[in-house]
Design a protein around this ligand. Structure first.
Ligand SMILES: NC(=O)c1ccc[n+]([C@@H]2O[C@H](COP(=O)([O-])OP(=O)(O)OC[C@H]3O[C@@H](n4cnc5c(N)ncnc54)[C@H](O)[C@@H]3O)[C@@H](O)[C@H]2O)c1
Length: 257
């Protein structure tokens, strides 16, 4: 899939992995609507991107993905400006075991909400032109991160939802590919003061903190590069791509019969 002229929506685009995805999509000729709940970071990133790629190539839309209304408004604005949506990256996420209901709301419920909203515009069965949706899951979507049971549950949920949507799309002819990226620890703000976000599990943070201290972490561009493969490679559908410091791997799963 060539990216030149394609229109992408990226959630959680103002910093971290979402910012790296946005920059890579722009470098490859796509136009991007950046959705984020952090207005200050979003607006200052937009200024940087305007200088690098031109004002017409991006939109910053202040949007909390927990709000159906705000997602709807963001999609309408994107369609009104760019005319179509080809790519959705559901990337916004938090790690907070103390606020576990909010973690489920942002990391899983919002992925479902935004995906269904995108389907209304992208689904070939209802007049859309198809495309690709890539969800940012985590290694915690493939196996347990013991200090974060709820984060683990949400990311397993994202992997399962992604794979089931891919199967549904293939069976029903939506013309949309669905893939999940599952990075290990990545150097972003999410991991700062981790122990304060673990609530009753803060005493289990040691292993994760050791990895962080040893700097055995991915950087955001390594993750974005792998994510781009899931966007552009049209043979990839229903994939969960594990990304670690020592390489990447497409996961295999038992078949549900
Ligand atoms: N950092 C890691 O080690 C790591 C590893 C694997 C997966 N991930 C996943 O990658 C994704 C991005 O995380 P990151 O590490 O770049 O974190 P980050 O904290 O640097 O960035 C997250 C972005 O999401 C935005 N966001 C949070 N809640 C939102 C909401 N309700 N509505 C809209 N925007 C919201 C934030 O404002 C922020 O800009 C998350 O889904 C995270 O779970 C991170």
């Amino acid at each position: 899939m060539a990216l030149n002229g394609k229109i992408a929506v990226v959630t959680g685009a103002a910093q971290g992995i979402g910012r790296a995805i946005t920059e890579l999509l722009l470098q490859n000729g796509a136009k991007v609507a950046l959705l984020d709940a952090n207005k200050t970071n979003g607006e200052s990133l937009k200024e940087v991107l305007d200088k690098l790629f031109g004002e017409q190539t991006t939109l910053f839309l202040h949007c909390n993905v927990e709000s159906e209304e705000q997602i709807k408004a963001a999609f309408q604005k994107t369609l009104g400006t760019f005319g179509r949506i080809d790519i959705l990256c559901n990337n916004a996420g938090i790690l907070n075991e103390e606020e576990w209901e909010k973690t489920i709301s942002i990391n899983l419920a919002a992925v479902v909400r935004t995906t269904y909203m995108a389907l209304e515009h992208m689904n070939k069965m209802t007049g859309g032109q198809g495309g690709v949706i890539v969800n940012t899951a985590s290694m915690a979507g493939l196996g347990p991160l013991k200090c974060c049971p709820v984060y683990t549950a949400t990311k397993h949920g994202v992997v399962g939802f992604t794979r089931a949507m891919a199967a549904a799309s293939t069976a029903a002819g939506y013309g949309i590919r669905f893939n999940a990226i599952c990075p290990g620890l990545v150097k972003t703000e999410m991991l700062s003061s981790l122990s304060n976000k673990l609530g009753q599990f803060s005493h289990l943070a040691e292993e994760t903190n050791t990895i962080i201290a040893d700097k055995k972490m991915l950087n955001v561009t390594e993750v974005a590069d792998c994510l781009l493969e899931l966007v552009t490679d049209e043979t990839k559908n229903g994939e969960a791509l594990q990304v670690r410091c020592n390489g990447k791997k497409y996961m295999t799963f038992p078949v549900f019969t």
